[in-house]
Write a protein that binds this ligand. Structure first.
Ligand code: SF4
Length: 97
Protein backbone atom coordinates (compact mmCIF):
# COMPACT_ATOMS: atom_id res chain seq x y z
CA UNK A 1 0.00 0.00 0.00
CA UNK A 2 1.38 3.40 -0.92
CA UNK A 3 0.80 6.84 0.61
CA UNK A 4 -1.86 7.41 -2.03
CA UNK A 5 -3.92 4.34 -1.28
CA UNK A 6 -3.90 4.37 2.53
CA UNK A 7 -7.56 5.30 2.27
CA UNK A 8 -8.24 1.66 1.43
CA UNK A 9 -7.62 0.65 5.05
CA UNK A 10 -10.70 2.71 6.03
CA UNK A 11 -12.96 1.18 3.40
CA UNK A 12 -16.40 0.15 4.62
CA UNK A 13 -16.13 -2.90 2.38
CA UNK A 14 -12.82 -4.20 3.71
CA UNK A 15 -14.53 -7.00 5.64
CA UNK A 16 -17.38 -7.50 3.18
CA UNK A 17 -17.65 -10.33 0.68
CA UNK A 18 -15.52 -9.14 -2.30
CA UNK A 19 -17.90 -10.96 -4.68
CA UNK A 20 -20.52 -8.37 -3.79
CA UNK A 21 -18.38 -5.63 -5.40
CA UNK A 22 -16.62 -7.63 -8.10
CA UNK A 23 -18.86 -9.69 -10.34
CA UNK A 24 -17.20 -12.46 -12.33
CA UNK A 25 -15.46 -11.37 -15.53
CA UNK A 26 -15.10 -7.90 -16.90
CA UNK A 27 -17.72 -5.45 -17.95
CA UNK A 28 -20.72 -3.87 -16.46
CA UNK A 29 -23.23 -6.58 -15.78
CA UNK A 30 -24.04 -6.60 -12.09
CA UNK A 31 -27.36 -8.12 -11.04
CA UNK A 32 -29.62 -5.33 -9.74
CA UNK A 33 -30.01 -6.81 -6.26
CA UNK A 34 -26.26 -7.21 -5.95
CA UNK A 35 -25.66 -3.65 -7.12
CA UNK A 36 -28.11 -2.28 -4.57
CA UNK A 37 -26.48 -4.27 -1.75
CA UNK A 38 -23.04 -3.02 -2.78
CA UNK A 39 -24.27 0.57 -2.97
CA UNK A 40 -25.80 0.24 0.48
CA UNK A 41 -22.28 -0.44 1.79
CA UNK A 42 -20.72 2.35 -0.31
CA UNK A 43 -23.25 5.05 0.57
CA UNK A 44 -21.99 5.73 4.14
CA UNK A 45 -18.37 4.70 3.39
CA UNK A 46 -15.95 7.32 4.80
CA UNK A 47 -13.63 7.00 1.79
CA UNK A 48 -16.21 6.93 -0.97
CA UNK A 49 -14.78 10.00 -2.72
CA UNK A 50 -11.23 8.64 -2.65
CA UNK A 51 -12.49 5.29 -3.94
CA UNK A 52 -14.32 6.87 -6.86
CA UNK A 53 -11.33 9.12 -7.60
CA UNK A 54 -9.04 6.08 -7.61
CA UNK A 55 -11.36 4.26 -10.01
CA UNK A 56 -11.63 7.26 -12.33
CA UNK A 57 -7.85 7.72 -12.32
CA UNK A 58 -7.13 4.02 -12.88
CA UNK A 59 -9.49 2.76 -15.58
CA UNK A 60 -7.33 -0.24 -16.42
CA UNK A 61 -7.45 -1.44 -12.81
CA UNK A 62 -11.18 -0.89 -12.46
CA UNK A 63 -12.68 -2.52 -15.56
CA UNK A 64 -15.50 -4.06 -13.57
CA UNK A 65 -17.25 -3.92 -10.27
CA UNK A 66 -18.51 -1.23 -7.95
CA UNK A 67 -16.11 1.53 -6.92
CA UNK A 68 -17.29 4.50 -4.91
CA UNK A 69 -20.84 3.29 -5.51
CA UNK A 70 -20.41 3.55 -9.30
CA UNK A 71 -20.64 0.98 -12.07
CA UNK A 72 -18.26 0.78 -15.01
CA UNK A 73 -20.69 2.54 -17.37
CA UNK A 74 -21.21 5.33 -14.82
CA UNK A 75 -17.45 5.79 -14.47
CA UNK A 76 -17.11 5.94 -18.24
CA UNK A 77 -19.84 8.58 -18.35
CA UNK A 78 -18.09 10.61 -15.60
CA UNK A 79 -14.80 10.47 -17.53
CA UNK A 80 -16.51 11.51 -20.75
CA UNK A 81 -18.27 14.42 -19.01
CA UNK A 82 -15.01 15.53 -17.38
CA UNK A 83 -13.20 15.39 -20.72
CA UNK A 84 -15.95 17.44 -22.38
CA UNK A 85 -15.86 20.01 -19.56
CA UNK A 86 -12.09 20.28 -19.91
CA UNK A 87 -12.44 20.80 -23.68
CA UNK A 88 -15.06 23.52 -23.11
CA UNK A 89 -12.79 25.18 -20.56
CA UNK A 90 -9.89 25.11 -23.00
CA UNK A 91 -12.09 26.48 -25.80
CA UNK A 92 -13.14 29.31 -23.49
CA UNK A 93 -9.51 30.10 -22.74
CA UNK A 94 -8.77 30.27 -26.47
CA UNK A 95 -11.86 32.37 -27.23
CA UNK A 96 -11.61 34.77 -24.29
CA UNK A 97 -7.94 34.55 -23.45
S1 SF4 B 1 -16.90 3.37 -1.62
FE1 SF4 B 1 -17.66 1.26 -1.68
S2 SF4 B 1 -16.20 0.11 -2.91
FE2 SF4 B 1 -15.23 2.05 -2.30
S3 SF4 B 1 -14.09 1.62 -0.45
FE3 SF4 B 1 -16.08 2.37 0.17
S4 SF4 B 1 -17.38 0.57 0.42
FE4 SF4 B 1 -15.58 -0.06 -0.74
Amino acid sequence: MTMDDRWMSRAACKDADPNLFQPRGEGDHIPKGQLERARAVCRPCPVRRQCLRYALDNPRLTTSGVWGGSTLSEREAYRKAAKAAKAREKAGEVAYG
